[in-house]
Design a protein around this ligand. Structure first.
Ligand SMILES: [Zn+2]
Length: 137
């Protein structure tokens, strides 16, 4: 029997905890500036657009399009090396922010720029649910 390496998990910080807490509940949320209303991702203390320090976490639709992608080949961490080539996608949410993520139900050869996607969630352990994307219905 082959031992498979454990998947490395994201580090959850006080700044990113609201994102992960929502993902555990299968909800996608983004930080949004209270002053200029710009969404931002990854989470930051201040607004990229207006430098305001006031923000809130708001639910977003989960609708997105495929912005770009690549595939990773070894050398990689063992978990990913065992599964290489490992596709990595950047999707653009309808609300604007882009996320680096994985597409879970589309073979890599079938990726198309602008394809319609919908957020989904992969529960990895008690604490971490990854935000992934599937082809939109
Ligand atoms: Zn702002």
């Amino acid at each position: 029997m082959t031992m498979l390496a454990d998947r490395p998990l994201p580090e959850i910080t006080p700044l990113t905890e609201p994102f992960w807490a929502a993902a555990r509940e299968r909800r996608l949320v983004m930080q949004r500036c209270d002053d200029c209303k710009a969404y931002r991702f990854p989470p930051e203390v201040g607004c990229y657009a207006c430098s305001s320090m006031n923000s809130a976490w708001e639910p977003v639709s989960g609708r997105a399009t495929l912005y770009t992608w690549t595939a990773a080949y070894p050398p990689l961490l063992p978990y990913f090396a065992e599964r290489a080539p490992w596709p990595i996608a950047v999707v653009q949410l309808d609300e604007g922010p882009r996320l680096t993520t994985n597409i879970v139900d589309v073979p890599y050869e079938e990726y198309v720029f602008g394809m319609a996607l919908q957020a989904d969630f992969q529960q990895l352990d008690d604490e971490v649910a990854l935000v992934v994307f599937r082809r939109a219905d």
